[in-house]
Design a protein around this ligand. Structure first.
Ligand SMILES: Nc1ncnc2c1ncn2[C@@H]1O[C@H](COP(=O)(O)OP(=O)(O)O)[C@@H](O)[C@H]1O
Ligand SMILES: [Mg+2]
Length: 365
């Protein structure tokens, strides 16, 4: 191992990449960078605890040895955030930081998310100086395919927190009658997680309006109304993020201030954001020179999901052509232009108008 890493270990200034090399060379354990990073933060804590226990300052090497021998054997550790598994089948994922960069700075609500969610969490001291309380519970709403899930993953990526997705169907897996109990169980565990983002998609399915819903749905909504404030009472670093295509169907009590800290719309893209997504998919496409400006001007209402589908179609076409012709076939601007009119679009005037009304009525951050 290099003197440099050795030195940094002694100085307690080793970074996760160097720590990964150290684990591999000195403990014959190959771990991925994220595991090394997660382990490093635990070891720093363990070093402190062990020093307290022994009444002398121990170094990173001793702390690592002691931790691996006595606390968590390497390989089993750190695949799940503390407190997991929540309920059977739930998995924690690591999201790459680069997902955030696939979203153009001009794409709403990137700036809002950055200022209101990410900065207060990453600049905690400054936030506390200004008495800015970082949000704990957030709702994203907007038409399907507009990038809600993508935003949520991007946040987990930037924060380098665990991403844990819960779908309403998971909560209903053992029958509707167990839904409220499962939800309570889930929320009890979520509130004790550290460095985790818990995502509930299709939120309207479990938090529907109590006036129009069945008895079971009422119980669930009530459970939620109870659980969200309990989550916010805990000092842990975690976020509950819910997404819905149908904000109007949510119970109005949930939408009042005090429950969710932010209610954020994710809607149409501007040309710059559409271009960023287009270029993202173009990078993996076998293609000729593409007239991007022309294509972008042809798809002013395409959602990210539709851009993705457009690429699926042109890539398939190039693939099929090559299968038949037996020579390199590349996607051309003309192929895009041919496919564009065949793609059914989600966003039309009516949906836009309804979304605009939802924005006026529900947005809060
Ligand atoms: N900024 C982006 N860059 C690349 N792909 C994106 C971007 N935003 C969304 N997508 C892709 O578009 C598709 C639809 O987005 P998604 O987040 O699932 O929408 P929603 O949750 O609003 O229905 C997904 O496959 C997603 O990965
Ligand atoms: Mg989604």
């Amino acid at each position: 191992m290099s003197m440099y890493i050795e030195n940094n270990l002694q100085q307690n200034s080793v970074n996760s990449k160097e720590y990964q090399i150290y684990l591999e060379q000195c403990h014959s354990n190959k771990v991925d960078p994220l595991t090394a990073e997660a382990l490093l933060s635990k070891i720093k804590n363990h070093k402190w605890l062990l020093s307290e226990k022994l009444g002398r300052d121990v170094g990173m090497k001793i702390a690592t040895l002691d931790y691996l021998e006595n606390t968590e054997p390497l390989g089993q550790a750190h695949v799940e955030p503390s407190g997991l598994p929540l309920i059977a089948g739930l998995e924690a994922e690591r999201i790459d930081r680069s997902v955030w960069d696939t979203i153009a700075d001009s794409q709403p609500p990137k700036q809002v998310v950055n200022k209101r969610i990410i900065m207060p969490l990453t600049q905690a001291d400054l936030a506390s100086k200004h008495a800015v309380v970082p949000p704990r519970a957030i709702i994203f709403f907007g038409p399907p395919g507009t990038g809600k899930t993508h935003f949520v993953k991007a946040i987990a990526g930037v924060l380098q927190w665990w991403f844990v997705e819960v779908s309403p169907s998971m909560l209903m897996a053992d029958g509707e009658d167990r839904l409220a109990a499962n939800l309570k169980n889930l929320m009890e565990q979520v509130r004790d997680l550290e460095n985790a983002l818990v995502f509930i998609d299709e939120f309207e399915e479990i938090a529907g309006n109590r006036d129009t819903s069945s008895r079971i749905e009422k119980t669930i909504t009530n459970e939620f109304l109870k659980q969200v404030p309990l989550l916010k009472d805990r000092p842990h670093k975690n976020l509950l993020v819910c997404a819905t295509n149908y904000i109007r169907q949510l119970d109005s009590a949930l939408l009042r201030p005090g429950r969710f800290d932010c209610v954020i719309p994710v809607g149409s893209l501007d040309d710059q954001s559409r271009r960023r997504i287009f270029e993202h998919f173009l990078a993996d496409t076998n293609r000729r020179d593409i007239d991007i400006d022309r294509i972008i001007s042809e798809i002013p209402l395409f959602t990210p999901a539709e851009i993705e589908y457009l690429f699926q179609k042109v890539r398939q076409e190039a693939f099929e052509q090559e299968c038949v012709q037996g020579r390199d076939c590349r996607v051309t601007t003309a192929m895009f232009m041919k496919v564009i009119p065949t793609i059914r679009q989600t966003l039309n005037d009516e949906i836009f108008e309804a979304f605009q009304q939802d924005c006026d009525e529900f947005t809060r951050y």
